[in-house]
Design a protein around this ligand. Structure first.
Ligand code: VG1
Ligand code: CO
Length: 543
């Protein structure tokens, strides 16, 4: 078994985005492309020799091939041991849990999350550090910088490795451990939640459906909801991971998880519905004929956190990404704990979690989590909701409407315009940026703007500064309108427009958000000139 040093040339497009490097599968299949990026990761971790790496992915097309390559490269790059989920499977939260439990030095997650999979779709790769969380910007920039001057990579000259049988083996001088991808994670959930209370709920008349969308959470959900908690067989649907996710987008929202939404809005619907994304870190929560906006979900869970054993002592603080609604801020103030506003992307929560400043955090993009790991966690959010339901003995709709009555309702909607020509996306952002100075203090459609800025963040723990994290119009009444370009898309540019408005009067809390936010939506369309520039009359996805 020889270590080969293969000559290569840098690729110009290996800068990690919001969550790792995401490209079309065909891009990753180019000779040396995956190898170059993996070597760049390894080069950015100079102290890796003899250390342990966790490795797995969401099972999408190219997952198995990539695992083989990475194992051979890890061995040639002096890693001491790699822990691989059986079959090459690991959800993102499970990788985070295993890194922490096994005190690994880092982990590689193969996923493009909610993006579609298959030979014509997307693949992705992401590095997590010893705390279990996504690498900080400092490290992702170091990876990018390494990729730009890469001249060669190291790989073992060897045949394929069996990744389907549990056990330990040796590859070169490195150990490989193949393990059950679910076990460690399931143990952690049992430690956090009151499984007896959840068993009573799920074995009673309460009915739920969990849709794994043919992605990674299937095996986790079968084990936790059905095997451990005793929910009837069939509670979990689409529970077998497929390389193409059954042809759909494994994205838990009302558009891409439509069959679940239809089921929950039909007559005789179950009490509760939930879905997760490709890699298992996102969640969508539905009640009978009721959709919970992710920003509200975070706020509701924060308000009820003490019903869950692991949070019985209360929350230390709460953080949300900047575009996430301010609903959770109001809860934090009521609880008398600090709240933080970070840029989009889970990596920005890591320092606050590590420093013990926050217990819960979340994003409007269907991401919710806590200090139990350093990633957002889809099944954790579902178990948290079930805990609140078991404790309050109320329906999802009642829990949320009572929350609004107490704290006010933050009407919220995000409009995505996907696959715009890249230059149009840039042009829209440039044009709004140029208008920011005159927008401050200006009135648009009867709404006066307090400030208009380009969001920058100074990390309160390490002082690092992240600029250009979204353009914000902050209105005098607390309403907000935010513009960002996606950092996870793989085709052209995706423009995201976020709209938010607080309604304190319970008599006006039952409107359709698209109606309640109508004027902000119009301001957003006018400012971006989206229709003039692209001919698009409606967004691709509304959440
Ligand atoms: C999107 C979301 C962001 C999330 C990121 C990764 O990023 O908006 O909140 O953290 O996806 O989620 P962007 O840059 O496209 O807006 V996941 O589930 O892909 O790991
Ligand atoms: Co995801």
């Amino acid at each position: 078994m020889a270590v080969l040093q293969i000559a290569t040339r840098p690729f110009a497009d290996q800068r990690p985005g919001t969550s790792g490097l995401r490209k079309k599968v065909r891009v990753f299949q180019q000779p040396h492309y995956l190898e170059n990026f993996v070597q760049s990761i390894f080069n950015a971790i100079p102290d890796r020799a003899g250390k342990t790496l966790v490795l797995g992915g969401d099972g999408r097309f190219y997952n198995r091939e990539a695992i083989q390559t990475i194992l051979r490269m890890a061995s040639a790059n002096d890693w001491g041991k790699v822990i691989v989920g059986r079959g090459g499977f690991f959800s993102t939260p499970a990788v985070s849990a295993v890194i922490r439990a096994r005190m690994a030095h880092g982990g590689i997650i193969l996923s493009a999350s909610h993006n579609a999979g298959g030979p014509d779709h997307d693949f992705g790769i992401k590095y997590n550090t010893a705390n279990g969380g996504p690498a900080s910007e400092k490290i992702t920039e170091a990876i990018w910088s390494a990729s730009k001057s890469l001249q060669s990579y190291r790989i073992l000259d060897d045949a394929d490795i069996d990744i389907d049988t549990d056990g330990t083996s040796i590859l070169g001088e490195m150990q490989i451990e193949i393990c059950d991808p679910v076990a460690e994670y399931a143990r952690l959930m049992e430690h956090i939640f009151d499984f007896d209370a959840l068993r009573r709920l799920l074995q009673g008349p309460f009915r739920m459906r969990f849709d794994a969308l043919h992605a990674i959470t299937g095996p986790y959900a079968h084990k936790i909801f059905e095997a451990c908690l005793g929910a009837p067989a069939g509670t979990v649907v689409n529970g077998t991971p497929r390389t193409d996710f059954g042809g759909g987008h494994p994205d838990p929202n009302l558009v891409y998880a439509k069959s679940l939404a239809d089921h929950l809005f039909a007559e005789n619907a179950p009490d509760f519905g939930a879905a997760s994304d490709g890699d298992g870190d996102r969640n969508m929560i539905l009640g009978r004929q009721f959709f919970v906006t992710p920003s509200d979900s975070l706020a509701v869970l924060a308000a009820h956190a003490t019903v869950i054993p692991a949070y019985r002592q209360g929350l230390k603080g709460i953080a949300r990404s900047m575009p996430t609604s301010q609903a959770v801020d109001v809860v934090a103030e009521a609880l008398g704990v600090a709240h933080y506003e970070t840029p989009t992307g889970w990596k920005f929560f890591g320092n606050l979690l590590d420093a013990g400043k926050i217990t819960f955090c979340g994003e409007e993009s269907f991401g919710t989590g806590s200090d139990h790991i350093r990633e957002k966690d889809g099944l954790w959010a579902v178990l948290a909701w079930l805990s609140v339901i078991a404790h309050t003995e109320r329906s999802v709709a009642d829990i949320v409407t009572q929350h609004w009555q107490r704290f006010g309702r933050h009407y919220y909607t995000r409009h995505d315009y996907e696959e715009l020509p890249a230059e149009i996306g840039e042009q829209i952002m440039r044009s709004i940026t140029a208008q920011l100075p005159i927008l401050s203090g200006h009135t648009l459609a009867g709404r006066s703007i307090l400030t208009a800025d380009d969001f920058a963040y100074t990390d309160p723990i390490d002082g690092s500064i992240s600029t250009h994290q979204g353009l914000r119009l902050l209105f005098t009444d607390g309403a907000r309108l935010i513009f960002r370009l996606s950092g996870t898309g793989t085709e052209g540019a995706t423009l995201r427009i976020y709209h938010e408005h607080l309604e304190k009067d319970p008599r006006r809390q039952r409107q359709d958000p698209q109606r309640a936010l109508h004027d902000l939506i119009q301001i957003g369309r006018d400012l971006t000139r989206i229709e003039t520039l692209t001919g698009r009359k409606t967004p691709t996805v509304i959440t």
